[in-house]
Design a binder for this molecule. Structure first.
Ligand code: FAD
Length: 394
């Protein structure tokens, strides 16, 4: 069995980092593991819509890292990685702290990408992290008592765009005329057909306009300029939410690391070229020969699980195994109390899908006291709803 003097450092404690850390601790409790994150709270991003609608409270979907990791018996440090000296195996942090590592695991996720479209950074709201959520929520609340309808645009008809449009419609009934602007010729272009069709119906029921084949040219404080087939339209806007893209969050990486499409290129064991004791997983990485993997929590968690097993193999001085992705399907929320699921040959929509989605996510929350409490409250809600419907339909 191999022994090490310096810790295994995991930078980024989102879906990928949390999964590696907890599995590694379970497989080998004596390993020195240090987890570093620039934020104080874990954000369960797929549930951000439910926090916006107050179907869930903040503490249920964003527990404190300090309590998660102290429950797991893992050392946690709040700090921001700014540079890596790969040759010396040293990490530099924003407050001038330097930390040496034996193995490094990078999983710092992604940030919104405005693609340098004029006016986006200044005039749009985003929906990618806890700060975006708080900012958008407090802005939208100002319209709660408005008498006239405001014009709200969501840019991008991927899952985030469709989910947020449906949710806002249901929260702020009759407060907004909502439109989605999409560059391609369909919504949810990379998603399962069943979910796409359910989403189309959900948008139609809510009278949400969808502009397809339409590219945003510029956004000013009052107008949005869109190019469709042949002409540029300048439309009035009161709120614009940009969900049109993300980019890997890698300000600490320089040219010595091989990249592809802006992400860190790794082999199927997640090792970074030329630095085999450093690994990258989740949204920041792209695997040679598996370039089409989606950027999802499901992928990041499977990678985290596989990497923990591989690191344990390293300590047992055995060969690392290549990663293989298992598609367990996808779930999208479609307004308050509704969702659509397409997974392992099963499709489900409406209220039952919403409850199943919550239950599945509850089981994926980090294993800590508060989230267990939250799981229990969800289970209770589901149980009592089911009991009610059983009672009503003898
Ligand atoms: C609104 C929304 C809804 C989503 N819904 C779904 C869904 O339904 N299903 C699904 O599978 N996926 C969903 N996703 C995608 C999913 O959340 C991501 O693919 C997943 O979070 C990626 O995991 P990760 O570990 O790579 O990064 P993350 O989970 O984003 O974690 C990155 C962590 O790194 C930290 N960090 C960043 N930079 C630094 C630094 N320099 N130093 C220290 N720490 C740093 C961050 O604070 C963060 O905690 C959704 C995303 C969003 C935004």
């Amino acid at each position: 069995m191999r022994s090490i003097k310096k810790p295994i450092v995991i930078v980024g404690a989102g879906f990928g980092g949390m999964t590696v850390a907890s599995n590694l601790k379970r497989l080998n409790p004596s390993l020195p593991i240090l987890v570093v994150d620039s934020e104080a709270k874990f954000m369960f991003k797929p549930l951000m819509y439910e926090v916006l609608s107050e179907e869930l409270s903040m503490w249920e979907s964003a527990p404190e890292f300090s309590s998660i990791f102290s429950n797991l018996g893992i050392t946690f440090l709040r700090n921001c990685l700014t540079k890596i000296r790969f040759d010396e195996k040293i990490l530099e942090f924003s407050d001038d702290l330097n930390i040496g590592y034996e193995f490094l695991i990078l999983c710092t996720g992604s940030v919104s990408n405005s693609f340098s479209v004029k006016g986006v950074d200044e005039n749009c709201y985003f929906f990618n992290n806890l700060n975006d959520l708080k900012k958008l929520k407090s802005f939208l609340q100002k319209f709660q008592n408005n008498k006239t309808k405001k014009k709200l645009f969501v840019i991008g008809a991927g899952p985030s765009g469709v989910e947020i449009a449906c949710k806002i419609n249901d929260i702020y009934k009759n407060k907004f005329d909502i439109s989605i602007v999409e560059r391609s010729n369909e919504i949810l272009g990379r998603n399962k057909i069943f979910n796409r069709e359910e989403a189309e119906k959900a948008l139609e029921r809510r009278k949400i306009n969808v502009f397809l084949n339409s590219t945003v040219q510029e956004i000013s404080d009052q107008k949005i300029s869109i190019l469709d087939d042949s002409e540029i339209k300048d439309l009035d806007q009161d709120v614009v939410i940009w969900t049109a893209g993300i980019k890997p969050n890698l300000p600490y990486i320089d040219e010595q690391v091989t990249q592809k499409d802006g992400r860190i290129l790794v082999n199927k064991k997640f090792q970074i070229d030329n630095f085999l004791n450093a690994f990258a997983i989740g949204d920041i990485s792209i695997i040679k020969g598996m370039e089409d993997l989606p950027l999802t929590a499901q992928v990041a968690m499977q990678q985290g699980n596989h990497l923990a097993n591989n690191i344990q193999l390293l300590f047992e001085e055995r060969d690392l195994l290549p990663f293989d992705f298992e598609d367990n399907g996808e779930m999208i929320s479609l307004g308050i109390g509704e969702a659509s699921i397409s997974a392992l040959g099963v499709t489900l929509s409406g209220k039952l899908a919403f409850k199943a989605r919550r239950l599945i996510y509850a089981s994926k929350m980090p294993d800590i006291g508060k989230s267990l409490k939250s799981t229990a409250s969800w289970l209770f809600q589901i149980k009592s709803t089911m009991n009610n419907s059983i009672n009503k339909n003898p």
